[in-house]
Design a protein around this ligand. Structure first.
Ligand SMILES: Nc1ncnc2c1ncn2[C@@H]1O[C@H](COP(=O)(O)OP(=O)(O)OP(=O)(O)O)[C@@H](O)[C@H]1O
Ligand SMILES: Nc1nc2c(ncn2[C@@H]2O[C@H](COP(=O)(O)O)[C@@H](O)[C@H]2O)c(=O)[nH]1
Length: 212
C-alpha cells in the first residue's frame, strides 16, 4: 500500500502564463508529477498531440462524458468545453503519484468543492498592465476579447482568497522553482509524514507477521 499522492491545481487568469509555466515544469519534471490530460472540444493547434496535450473530442463526445459523470469538473471557456477526466486522477493518487492539473478558475473552484484536500495554487500576474500586455502579445485576441479577459481577470483575482498559495509569475523559472518548493514542502507536512510512517509500520508488521 502506498501513501496517496497530492492533487496539485495550478490556476489563474487567462494570459497569466499557466500553460507556459506548466510546460516549463514538465520539461524536466524532477518530481515525476503526472499531468492530468484534459478533454476539450477546441480545435487542435499546430504541434499539439492528441492524448498528450488534450483529448480532442467532439461536442457530442464531451456531452457524453458529462452524462457518464466521467469528469471531475468541466467549464465552458471561450466557446469550448474543457474538462478533467476523473478516472486517471483517482488511479494515480491511489498509486502514490502527484497529479498536476492546469485549469482555469471556475474549474479550480469546482475541484476545491469536490477535493478540498488538493493543493490550490493561484498564478498571479506581476501587474494588470503586464497581464494585458501578455494577452495582447500572444496576438490571439482582438481588443474586445482582451477587454473581456481583463474583466474576467478582475473577478478571478477576487477568488484568490480560496487558494492555498499565490505565486506571482514574474519570471517563468522563478515561478517554476516556487511551485516545486510548495509541493515539496507539502510532502514534508507533519500530518503527511506521520501518515506515511504509520503505513510503513503497518506494512512492516504485516510482512513480518506473514513470515513468522
Ligand atoms: N513570466 C513571463 N514573463 C513574460 N511573458 C510570459 C511569462 N509567462 C508567460 N508569458 C507569455 O504570456 C503569454 C500568455 O501565456 P500562456 O498562454 O501560457 O497563458 P495562460 O495563462 O495559459 O493563458 P490561457 O488561460 O488563456 O490559455 C504567452 O505569450 C507567454 O509566452
Ligand atoms: N476548467 C478547466 N479548464 C481547463 C482544462 N484544461 C485546460 N483548461 C484551461 O482552459 C484555458 C484555455 O486553454 P487553451 O489550451 O485553449 O489555451 C486555459 O486557462 C486552461 O488552463 C480543464 O480540464 N478544465
Amino acid at each position: 500500500m502506498e501513501a496517496r499522492g497530492l492533487l496539485i491545481v495550478l490556476s489563474g487568469p487567462s494570459g497569466v502564463g499557466k500553460g507556459t509555466v506548466r510546460s516549463a515544469i514538465f520539461e524536466n519534471n524532477p518530481f515525476n508529477y503526472v499531468y492530468s490530460v484534459s478533454a476539450t472540444t477546441r480545435k487542435k493547434r499546430e504541434g499539439e498531440v492528441d492524448g498528450k496535450d488534450y483529448h480532442f473530442v467532439s461536442r457530442e463526445e464531451f456531452e457524453q462524458l458529462i452524462q457518464e459523470d466521467a469528469l471531475l469538473e468541466y467549464a465552458e471557456y471561450v466557446g469550448n468545453y474543457y474538462g478533467t477526466p476523473i478516472a486517471k486522477i483517482e488511479e494515480n493518487l491511489a498509486a502514490g503519484k502527484d497529479v498536476f492539473l492546469e485549469i482555469e478558475v471556475q474549474g479550480a473552484m469546482k475541484v476545491k468543492q469536490k477535493m478540498p484536500e488538493g493543493i490550490f495554487i493561484f498564478l498571479a500576474p506581476p501587474s494588470l498592465q503586464e497581464l494585458e500586455s501578455r494577452i495582447t502579445g500572444r496576438g490571439t485576441d482582438d481588443a474586445s476579447i482582451i477587454y473581456e479577459r481583463m474583466q474576467m481577470a478582475r473577478e478571478e483575482i477576487d477568488l484568490m482568497q480560496h487558494y492555498d498559495y499565490v505565486v506571482v509569475n514574474d519570471k517563468v523559472k522563478h515561478a517554476v522553482a516556487k511551485i516545486n518548493a510548495i509541493i515539496m514542502s507539502e510532502h514534508l507536512r507533519v500530518e503527511r509524514v506521520v501518515d506515511q510512517l504509520k503505513l510503513d509500520i503497518h506494512n512492516y508488521f504485516q510482512k513480518v507477521g506473514n513470515e513468522s
